[in-house]
Every structure is written in structure tokens, then in C-alpha cells.
Design a protein around this ligand. Structure first.
Ligand code: KIV
Ligand code: ZN
Length: 384
């Protein structure tokens, strides 16, 4: 079975506090997402501002390959505006949503469940009059009444929705529970086979990726996520982490996808540079240290056999190689290897001497660069 990647970096991701991309940046990111070969690019929320409308429209005109989606509330004017923006795309999608939890319906929408259901059906019908590809999201699905959710999904599929999305809008769920919700919907929505079941997890408890993977195990076929996990509050589930979990543990998940993993690192760097949101060094998959080894025992193991301490190959995500970081925990065998890469083949005595100098330097300096190593060896060679 194949899972689809729905990327919302340009919509939910751009809702990160402090992020404000201009049209040129959005277009550049959309082009890179197309190179990464995501299935769907959610390009923005066209009614939210004139700038967002123009960015979505430009992406729809210029980016080919993925489906281009525009977000819309269930309001008539939102759907019309979303359609205006995405209609130049060769594969346009309208993504309409409304909240379905009691807490949201009562306090935010001030609508009854019956009104929400009726409005959802009308919205899907209107979207369907523009395009065959219509996604419906039940905002705050996780805190919604399960049977109401099933009734609503059944009604919107009947009205023409081709994807139904189950968001954990506030990142409240835990993996087993979220997987259970997906299974419940799969078993209790009679026409679910006529639509793709999608999930959309936020990361408030740091569980966005784990919840997404639990949902995939229960039959979710579309995963909504953002590059580097950016998004509202603690962000969305991180695309690269889900992708590499599915790839590295394909023995367990057994799911295909269409992503070009070689573009993962480039995409992460681009999004970080253009949004100004730095990636933490220890972030899984794309952090600066994700493929670096400093401890001597680890370095020694990796040099003998890469898989001793590496479950992923840096080259898979488009990096040149795994990184051996020379620092105070590095051992003699990594030191010897590094010197040999720099062109120095020292006898045992010289190597021991150089290693002592290197260790002295690590007390004063955290990371030892190639220039430092050259200085150590050259200085020693001159002295001798
Ligand atoms: O988190 C959420 O519920 C959303 C929806 C609009 C899908 O972003
Ligand atoms: Zn969201």
C-alpha cells in the first residue's frame, strides 16, 4: 500500500509565530516541494489575505507535479476565493474545514452539531461544483464525539468529498488512542472506501510523528505534515521524520511513498533559511548532529562497520556522508582515519605524539577542525 504526503509547510507551517514568507519565497519552497515529490502542496489560505491569495495563485500557475490545495472554511466566500486562487493548477484541490468538537462548536462557532453537519455538506457540494478533488477536515476531531464524527464523514463523502481528514488540532492525542480513532472511523463510516482517510497531527506533546505513524498502521493513507515540523504553537508533525521512519523501518510498516528522499536535506535547509526558523542541532534526521559521531567508542564502531551506530545513511537524504566530529570524546582510531583523509600517514610514534597534542587542544576547544588537525601535525613535523 502507498501513503500520500500532504505538505502544509506553506499554510499551517507559515502560521508559525514570527514566520512571514513573501510570494517569491513561497514559490521557491513550492518548487522545492515539487522536487521532493510530495503528493499535495497546501499552498495557503486564499481568503486570509491578498498576499496569500496571490501566492497560492502563482504556485497554481507555475508549479507542476503535485496537487495544489487551497484552504477554505465552510463559508461560501472562502470556497469561491480558494477556487479562484487554485484554478490554474493542473490538479487543483479545495480543502474545506469546520470544527466538530463540542468545545469548538459551542464556544467558537456557536452552532449546534446539526448546523455544523448541514454547513459541511453544503460546503463540500459547493467545492465539488468547481473541482472533483475535495478534502474535508473535521477540526479538533480528536476531542469530538466519535459517533458524530462518523455521521459527519459519511454525509460529506456522500456529498462528494474525496478525502476526509482527522486532525489532532491541539496535539492532545497519544499514539494508541489516535490509532484507535482512525480504526473506529474506518470501521464505522459505511462509505469510507470511497474517500482517502487522512490525518493531521500537531506536536504540542511532542507526539505528532508518533501519532501519525500509529494512524498509518490503522489504514490512514494521507499524512499531513510540514518540513522541519514547523507550524502553529509547537508545530506540525515533521515530514522528514515520518518519511525516514517509513523508509528506515519499511520492514515494519511496509508502505510505499513517492518522496524523493535525496531532496530531504536540501528542502529542510531551504525552509529553515527562508523562514528564519533554525533547526535544533539534535533534531532527528535533519539536525546538524543527526549523522555526527563524537564518542570514541561510536567513532571506532562506525569506522569498522557503519551500521554499528547508524540506522540511516546520510546519503539517503542527500548529504554527502556521515560526519565524524573530532572532539574530546574522540578516540585514536578516528584520529588516525581523519589524518589519513587529510593526507597524513604517520608512524606510531608520531601518531601518539599528535594524539596527545590533539587531546590537550580538546580541553580548550569544543570542536576540532581540519585546520586544527593540520596545525597539530605540521607543528609536530617541524619540531621533529
Ligand atoms: O490543525 C487543524 O485542525 C488544521 C485544519 C485546518 C486541518 O490545520
Ligand atoms: Zn493544523
Amino acid at each position: 500500500m502507498t501513503v500520500k504526503f500532504f505538505d502544509t509547510t506553506l499554510r499551517d507551517g507559515e502560521q508559525s509565530p514570527g514566520v512571514n514568507l513573501n510570494i517569491k519565497d513561497k514559490l521557491r519552497i513550492a518548487e522545492q516541494l515539487a522536487a521532493l515529490n510530495v503528493d499535495v502542496i497546501e499552498a495557503g489560505f486564499p481568503i486570509s489575505s491578498e498576499g496569500d491569495f496571490r501566492a497560492v495563485n502563482k504556485i497554481a500557475e507555475e508549479v507542476s507535479g503535485p496537487i495544489i490545495a487551497g484552504l477554505a472554511r465552510t463559508k461560501k466566500e472562502d470556497i469561491d476565493r480558494a477556487w479562484e486562487a487554485i484554478k490554474p493548477a493542473s490538479r487543483p484541490r479545495i480543502h474545506t474545514f469546520i470544527a466538530t468538537s463540542q468545545i469548538h462548536m459551542e464556544h467558537k462557532l456557536r452552532k449546534s452539531p446539526e448546523e455544523v453537519l448541514e454547513e459541511s455538506v453544503r460546503a463540500v457540494e459547493r467545492a465539488k461544483s468547481y473541482t472533483d478533488d475535495v478534502e474535508f477536515s473535521a477540526e479538533d476531531a480528536v476531542r469530538s464525539d466519535r459517533d458524530f464524527l462518523c455521521e459527519l464523514f459519511e454525509a460529506v463523502i456522500e456529498a462528494g468529498a474525496t478525502t476526509v481528514n482527522i486532525p489532532d488540532t491541539v496535539g492532545y492525542s497519544v499514539p494508541h488512542e489516535f490509532g484507535g480513532l482512525v480504526a473506529y472511523i474506518r470501521e464505522n463510516v459505511s462509505n469510507i472506501s470511497e474517500a482517502d482517510m487522512s490525518i493531521h497531527c500537531h506536536d504540542d506533546l511532542g507526539l505528532g510523528v508518533a501519532n501519525s505513524l500509529a494512524a498509518v498502521e490503522e489504514g490512514a493513507v494521507q499524512i499531513e505534515c510540514a518540513v522541519n515540523g514547523i507550524g502553529e504553537r509547537a508545530g506540525n508533525a515533521a515530514l522528514e521524520e515520518i518519511a525516514l521512519a517509513l523508509h528506515t523501518r519499511r520492514d515494519y510498516y511496509d508502505k510505499d511513498h513517492s518522496l524523493n528522499l535525496q531532496e530531504v536535506h536540501r528542502t529542510s535547509r531551504l525552509v529553515s533559511n527562508l523562514t528564519g526558523m533554525e533547526v535544533q542541532p539534535n533534531k532527528a534526521v535533519v539536525g546538524e548532529n543527526a549523522f555526527a559521531h563524537e564518542a570514541g567508542i561510536h567513532q571506532d564502531g562506525v569506522l569498522k562497520e557503519r551500521t554499528t551506530y547508524e540506522i540511516m545513511d546520510a546519503e539517503t537524504i542527500g548529504l554527502e556522508e556521515n560526519k565524524i566530529v573530532m572532539g574530546k570524546h574522540s578516540g585514536r582510531s578516528a584520529f588516525r582515519q581523519k589524518l589519513s583523509e587529510l593526507g597524513y600517514d604517520l608512524d606510531d610514534e608520531k601518531l601518539n605524539d599528535a594524539f596527545l597534542r590533539f587531546k590537550e587542544l580538546t580541553d580548550r576547544k569544543k570542536e576540532i577542525t581540519n585546520l586544527d588537525l593540520e596545525a597539530i601535525v605540521e607543528g609536530q613535523l617541524v619540531q621533529r
